[in-house]
Each structure stands twice: as structure tokens, then as C-alpha cells.
Design a binder for this molecule. Structure first.
Ligand code: GLU
Length: 608
């Protein structure tokens, strides 16, 4: 009975744990905490993959009780708001993709944060000096980068469109975890320590996440009663209690006057969000992007995310060659070059379609991809940055005409979280959500238990009228989030996504190539070392990738720089989740085995 043994071990461990956040421990035996992580789980009846065992267990609990994938995804996302509060939560936004087994159709919800109405073009200029704010620390830890959050509205909309549970019921597992607490792991402690200076700058944040002045100890139990109360409020009153009323007023007040501690030396610019901005927020129903790759139908997130168009364009480029017949280095060379070309077009053309005329159809057109593929020399890496293509007049014939290069600086960070959920009816959810940087803006809404995002740092820092990602009031900053669902003969084959700022796009792309072209299992495809070519002189790559392929790829002219988050020492790219659908209802849930401390894959009924 290994399973029972594991549960007993977990319960015993809980008895010895200390509790942080100043609350009393709930009875340990009533509800064992989930701490065991499994990277791959195979079975039937429903599956989930997230970065966290508490969140995966919440999804499984909902599925077991008869909820569907949309219900389980909201339950898991709300739980991630408790256990992964530095990556996601109701203070942020995200993109929800749903395959509806009844209709065979894919729908998406754009729950991206929006800029407040008073966010002018020069919002990132310091009024005191007339000079641009520094990205770090000014913009990153500030009220000015906080976008109107979209996550609570996304959950409600997803449940309305596709779910069977009320928001109140879907929030119950998360309320339970927030109340009884979760076991602090090394990743949570390290992320807290990485943010210590920022968190200590706010009375609300230090009270919650630095109890006693330090990051919670590994193995202690962390409770968040404030968040439990906020979730209870939403459970009772719906998201109108978030977007209007006292909570909305508190969010706006916190953004306009962040609760600075007396001792902080951080500058902390104030923001512009008002209660009107919150009242005006709407999640958007959107058609997905679509490309056909080697006979598979790939659906992704349309702008305001650049995920669907950029992954899609790169695949259209690669569909012109046969990667599976090439040597590994030759196939990787094509992957890197296709990615650079797609990133050039992303920078040139993609922004919020409510403000910019985004050529989504052209960017995902196989003819455009074919023309862009002309730029790839099979033996030599192009000099980067490569120029974007001309979407106004392409015919698939070489040479492709070029457009003027966009002036782009990549300031996206390595944070965010992602999940994949499937149910016994065949519905599938791929959902990526974030508060932008690990720790978001660093600002907890006092007494409410959640961090506000700093998503508006995803706008280009310097305003230029020709830049599709320029700041505008009411606009959504361009994202890289790439939740993707792939169908084969009209039925789900693979769903996947990842965190990681702009590397999300390359992680999703590389994982698809690993699985579809290079013959890896989905688990191996996720575990394999990564490289990310985002149209820069050097390819950012994990040290293991450089070790394995660096010497074989340098003769092509590729140069490498080891990956590393600007804010931590982590040299990891992404932390993907996926579910692969096999014949006869079998599902393989795959999570990250190592990165970010490993993820959690679970199935409802494991196969023997
Ligand atoms: N802000 C990023 C985006 O929307 C996600 C944050 C991250 O993964 O670091 O693409």
C-alpha cells in the first residue's frame, strides 16, 4: 500500500511543522497537505499538470466530484494564488484556452491586465526629473506598472461559458488550502528571499510574506487567512466584489499610494488606477490563432498575446522542411533561425488589436511562413537581429521582401505559471496566468492577501508612435504567453504551455518540435535542455544545452550565452506543463521534473 504509506508520512510530517503568518494550525489529520511531486502520471478519467501538488490535487478533487476541466482549472488556478502567490493570483492576468468536446471547438479568454485610463504616453517618465524611470527598481516595484487585474473576471467568465460549478464552489479548495496552510518548499523560500528588499518596502507585504522579518522556513506551514477571506467574499458576491465596492477602492488606493514602510530607500513611483478603471474591466472572448503543422491543428492565443502568432509563424516556417530527417544539430539550427524570424515579426507587428492593426492572418498564413523560410541558410546562421518580413505583399516566392526593423528591448521576466487540465468528457484547458515578475509589483493590497501585478512593464519602456506595443491608456501590453492546444483529426492530441516571459514562446515551440519531429516522449520533450533565440546576437541557452549542442552549433555561426534570470541566479528556461492524449482515453500528464523545484502531474485513475 505505497499510497497509504505516503499519506500517513505526510500527515505525520504535518504534526511536526511550525506555522507562520501568525495563525493557529488547523487540525493536521483532517486534511493532509500535498507535498509529493510526480513529473509524469498516466491514466484515465481526467488529468492535470501544474507546478504545484496542492493545485493539482485541487483540480483532481473537483474532477473526482464530477466537475469538468473548466471547473478544475479555476480551482487549481485559485489554489496557485495561495501556493504560488509570487507567480499568479487575482492581482494579475492571463489567457485561458478551452477545447469544448461537445462542439469540437476551441475558445479563448483574454484576461490580460489593462492600462488605467490616466496612463499617458509619458507614464514611464519621472515627472520630477523629466527622464525615463529606470526599469529596475523604479518601474518594477511601483504603482505605475500595475495593470487592472483580469484574473478574477477570467475565472468567472470561464465558468459561465464552459463550467458547471459556481465561482463560489470552484474557490472552495483554494479557501481550504489558504486556511489550513501549505508546506513551504525551498522554491517558495528562495523566491521570498530574492524579493526580500522589495517586500520589506511595503508594510502590507512584509507583514504577510516576511513574518518576523524573514522568509518563511522550509518545512513550515504558511497560512493566508486574508486571501481566504478575499476568496470567500468573491465566493459569496461574485467578481463584482472585486471590480467595485470596498475592495476595488482599496486596490485603487494602494496603486495610487503604495503602503511604503518608513525605512525603505526604494523610490516606488505611484500609479494611476481608479475605481472607474476597475469597474470598466472586461475579459475578452477571442477566436484562437490556428496553424496546420504536419497535419496537426494547432490553436493558440491571439493578440494581445504574441504567443499564438509567433509560435504559429515559426511552425509555418519549419513546415517547409523535414526536421525528422535532419541531423539533430541541423534541426536545431532550423529551430533557432525560424524562431529569430518569427520574433522579428512579433516585434514589428504585434500589440493590442484594440489599438493596433495586427496582421494576425498574415503572420499565421503558411504562404507568409514559406516566404520567411527563404531567409534560412541551411548551413549558416543569419546575422541577428534579422529584419521583419513585409506582411503587405507576400506570395510565398523567394526572395522575401523585408520591412524596417523594430527597435525592441526585451524586458520581460521569468515568472508566471501554467496549467493543463482534461476531464473524462474530453474537454481540455490550457491556461497561463501571471502577475508578471516573480513577486509582481511587490505590493500586497493591505489585509487582502494578494500581490498586485507589474504587468505594464511589458509595454515598451520608451514610447514610439510606430511601436505596436507603445503605452496607451486602456491598452493591454503585449504578452508572450502561449497556451496551446493541438488537435489530430479533430480530437485533442497535446495541450501545453509554460511560464518564462518571452522564452515562453520558444519553450512551447521547442517542446512541440521535440515531441512531433524529434521523436521524444512528452515527458522527455519537457525535460530536454532548452535554447531560446529571440532575434538577438546570442542564443540564450541553458548550460546543459550548451554542453550538449554548443560545439555542434557554433560551426553554423550560433553563439550562446547561458540563461539566468535578471533577478535571481536561476539558469532555467521555463517550467512547462502538458497533457498528451492517447488512444482509448488514456492521458499522459507531464510536468517539469527539475526546473523550479519540479511540477506536479496527476490523473484521476492511474493506469497500472
Ligand atoms: N509578462 C509576461 C507575459 O505576459 C509573463 C511574465 C513572465 O513569464 O515572466 O508574457
Amino acid at each position: 500500500m505505497p499510497h497509504l504509506r505516503l499519506r500517513l508520512a505526510t500527515m505525520t510530517a504535518v504534526l511536526a511543522l511550525s506555522v507562520t503568518s501568525g495563525a493557529v494550525a488547523s487540525p493536521a489529520f483532517a486534511d493532509p497537505r500535498q507535498t509529493e511531486k510526480t513529473a509524469t502520471a498516466t491514466g484515465y478519467g481526467g488529468a492535470v499538470s501544474t507546478v504545484d501538488p496542492e493545485a493539482s490535487a485541487a483540480a483532481i478533487e473537483v474532477l473526482r466530484k464530477g466537475g469538468n476541466a473548466a471547473d478544475a482549472a479555476v480551482a487549481a488556478a485559485a489554489t496557485l494564488g495561495v501556493t504560488e502567490p509570487y507567480s499568479a493570483g487575482i492581482g494579475g492576468g492571463g489567457y485561458f484556452v478551452f477545447y469544448n468536446a461537445k462542439t469540437g471547438k476551441i475558445g479563448t479568454i483574454d484576461g490580460r491586465e489593462t492600462a488605467p485610463a490616466a496612463m499617458t504616453h509619458d507614464a514611464f517618465i519621472d515627472p520630477a526629473t523629466g527622464k525615463p524611470y529606470n526599469f529596475t527598481p523604479e518601474l518594477v516595484t511601483s504603482g505605475v506598472s500595475v495593470g487592472v487585474p483580469g484574473t478574477a473576471a477570467t475565472w468567472e467568465r470561464a465558468l459561465d461559458r464552459w463550467g458547471t460549478l459556481s465561482l463560489g464552489d470552484a474557490l472552495q479548495p483554494a479557501i481550504k488550502v489558504a486556511t489550513r496552510g501549505f508546506v513551504v518548499d525551498p522554491t517558495f523560500r528562495q523566491q521570498t528571499l530574492d524579493n526580500k528588499l522589495r517586500f520589506a518596502a511595503f508594510s502590507s507585504t512584509s507583514k504577510l510574506f516576511l513574518p518576523g522579518g524573514d522568509a518563511p522556513a522550509v518545512g513550515s506551514v504558511f497560512q493566508n487567512h486574508d486571501l481566504a477571506a478575499t476568496y470567500r467574499l468573491l465566493a459569496k458576491q461574485g467578481t463584482s466584489a472585486f471590480y467595485s465596492g470596498p475592495l476595488a477602492a482599496e486596490i485603487a488606493a494602494t496603486v495610487q499610494a503604495p503602503p511604503k514602510t518608513a525605512t525603505t530607500t526604494l523610490p516606488i513611483p505611484v500609479g494611476h488606477m481608479t475605481t472607474e478603471d476597475l469597474a470598466a474591466y472586461k475579459p475578452l472572448d477571442q477566436a484562437p490563432t490556428h496553424v496546420d503543422y504536419r497535419g496537426l491543428d494547432l490553436y493558440g492565443m491571439a493578440p494581445s498575446s504574441s504567443g499564438g502568432t509567433t509560435v504559429g509563424e515559426a511552425l509555418n516556417i519549419l513546415d517547409t522542411v523535414n526536421l525528422s530527417e535532419m541531423s539533430k544539430p541541423a534541426a536545431l539550427h532550423y529551430y533557432l533561425e525560424a524562431s529569430a524570424l518569427a520574433f522579428a515579426d512579433r516585434g514589428k507587428y504585434v500589440g493590442d488589436p484594440a489599438f493596433v492593426d495586427v496582421p494576425t492572418a498574415a503572420l499565421t498564413d503558411p504562404l507568409f511562413g514559406k516566404e520567411r523560410a527563404c531567409q534560412i541558410d541551411p548551413l549558416h546562421a543569419a546575422t541577428k537581429p534579422v529584419a521583419p518580413g513585409d506582411v503587405s505583399g507576400y506570395d510565398g516566392v523567394c526572395p522575401a521582401s523585408a520591412a524596417e526593423l523594430a527597435d525592441e528591448k526585451d524586458t520581460e521576466n521569468i515568472s508566471t505559471t501554467n496549467m493543463t487540465v482534461a476531464d473524462k468528457w474530453g474537454n481540455v484547458v490550457e491556461y497561463t496566468l501571471t502577475i508578471e515578475q516573480t513577486g509582481g509589483s511587490g505590493i500586497v493590497v493591505p489585509g487582502r492577501g494578494f500581490l498586485l501585478n507589474n504587468e505594464l512593464t511589458d509595454f515598451s519602456a520608451v514610447y514610439s508612435a510606430s511601436d505596436p506595443n507603445r503605452i496607451e491608456p486602456g491598452k493591454r501590453p503585449r504578452s508572450s504567453m502561449s497556451p496551446t492546444i493541438i488537435l489530430k483529426d479533430g480530437k485533442p492530441f497535446l495541450a501545453l504551455g509554460s511560464p518564462g516571459g518571452s522564452t515562453i514562446i520558444t519553450t512551447v515551440l521547442q517542446t512541440i518540435l521535440n515531441r512531433v519531429d524529434l521523436g521524444m516522449s512528452i515527458s522527455d520533450a519537457i525535460a530536454a535542455p532548452r535554447a531560446s533565440q529571440r532575434n538577438t546576437a546570442k542564443v540564450t541557452a541553458e548550460p546543459d544545452f550548451i554542453k550538449a549542442y554548443g560545439s555542434q552549433l557554433t560551426p553554423y555561426g550560433h553563439q550562446f550565452t547561458p540563461s539566468g534570470d535578471a533577478f535571481t541566479s536561476a539558469a532555467e528556461i521555463g517550467a512547462a506543463t502538458a497533457i498528451e492524449f492517447r488512444p482509448n482515453g488514456r492521458m499522459i500528464a507531464a510536468a517539469e521534473p527539475v526546473r523550479r523545484g519540479g511540477g506536479s502531474a496527476m490523473v484521476l485513475n492511474p493506469s497500472r
